[in-house]
Design a protein around this ligand. Structure first.
Ligand SMILES: Cc1ncc(COP(=O)(O)O)c(C=O)c1O
Length: 381
């Protein structure tokens, strides 16, 4: 057997190069052109009303908090309820804006537990940040209701959710702001990029400014189109101190190609997950994350849970057999800036000691999935 990687993105190389060539031929590699085309393709694919292409999901999470804070008069130290079981981007974005991450616990879906969210709401709570772990929507419907009732903004960190369907629609519908990631190993891999999808048109207009240093016209608009092209309109206003957060045409060119294959790729991921589940499902020492019936997950990850006494040994054993697994995630409360919350989320802390992400990517063959499963069963004997 070859070495079996946890992640290994697959690109449609010739198609990507042809799409990138168009940028180079046109002499347009920046914002506009392919970024506009990809935004439109993403809107069409997901049915979401608005989409703005960014250089990463992390920047998107930062931007949405920055915009809400400014628009709604949130104060430093106001609270955002979030999960400790995530990549640090989710929670760093809250700190960037001098807001306070308040960790709620996860349930057996490894997403935020609505009951725990309710217990953490205070007079200073302004928003909930929900992470669709591995592409799972968890109990998002209940969280949407809580946010509506309590007048809280709901932000969906959909880094894992490209191609997740929830209640028969693409993830993001009915949410104040959803942020996707197209980072190198995500279900729609580029190199680094993301998409921010507001529900509200005015906020979409705002983020287009805020993501381009606060300037009210991007260079593509200013350069004009058709016969006007080249007539550079230098006059613009800068109403805000924005960030340099937008994506570029070279990366959007890759995204345009990869998007064509997203549904087919996710189907393949689901098939590999079924093989894992069939092979491992009877072993009482292994547990899987729970998925609600109304979620068709993107299957960004395939996570199993084993007892904390053997988790690290299992990872080492797999390594010795050239199988590379991962942990998504170590609870963020183990890192110095979030340590104040250690001990507040027992389920997440337990999950952090028990989870293992198994290899799942499009270069993997069925027999390799079977081989990984067999090695796990051999170790657990
Ligand atoms: C849950 C989660 N949130 C946010 C991010 C950040 O995404 P990006 O790398 O596009 O900034 C990631 C990426 O690893 C992630 O897994």
């Amino acid at each position: 057997m070859n070495r079996i990687q946890l992640f290994a993105p697959q690109f449609h190389v010739e198609e990507c190069l042809a799409e990138i060539r168009q940028c180079l031929d046109a002499g347009w590699t920046g914002i506009g052109f392919k970024t506009n085309q990809f935004e439109e393709a993403w809107r069409k694919h997901t049915g979401l009303p608005f989409a703005y292409f960014l250089n990463s999901n992390t920047t998107g999470l930062h931007l949405v908090l920055r915009i809400f804070k400014d628009d709604l008069g949130w104060q430093d130290g106001d609270e955002v309820i979030t999960t400790p079981l995530t990549f640090v981007s989710t929670n760093h974005a809250i700190l960037y804006e001098r807001l306070r991450p308040v960790f709620a616990d996860v349930d057996e879906t490894l997403c935020l537990d609505p009951h725990s969210i309710e217990q953490k709401i205070t007079s200073r709570t302004r928003a909930v940040m929900f992470v669709g772990m591995a592409g799972n929507a968890g109990r998002l419907k209940d969280v949407m209701e809580i946010c509506k009732e309590r007048d809280l903004k709901l932000i969906l960190d959909a880094a894992h959710m490209a191609g997740t369907y929830y209640q028969k629609k693409h993830a993001g519908h009915g949410i104040d702001c959803t942020v996707f990631s197209f980072q190198a190993v995500k279900n729609l891999p580029s190199a680094d990029s993301g998409m921010i999808c507001f529900r509200d048109e005015a906020l979409d207009a705002r983020v287009r400014m805020e993501g381009w240093l606060g300037i009210d016209k991007d260079t593509f608009l200013r350069s004009g189109t058709g016969s006007e092209r080249g007539n550079y309109k230098w006059e613009y206003n800068v109403p805000h101190v924005g960030l340099k957060a937008h994506g570029n045409s070279v990366i959007a060119a890759i995204c345009l190609v990869q998007l064509k294959y997203l549904e087919e790729d996710n189907k393949r991921r689901r098939k590999m997950c079924e093989i894992y589940e069939r092979r491992l499902g009877d072993n009482k020492r292994i547990r899987f994350s729970f998925y609600m019936a109304d979620c068709l997950p993107s299957r960004h990850l395939f996570q199993i849970r084993v007892s904390e006494t053997c988790r690290n040994k299992l990872i080492l054993f797999l390594n010795e057999h050239d199988i590379f697994s991962g942990v998504h995630y170590r609870v963020n409360s183990e890192y110095p800036m979030y340590r104040y919350a250690l001990g507040t989320c027992p389920n997440a802390e337990k999950a952090s000691r028990e989870v293992v992400s198994l290899p799942l990517h499009l270069r993997l063959k069925d027999e390799e999935v079977v081989y990984v499963s067999e090695k796990i069963l051999e170790f657990l004997k």
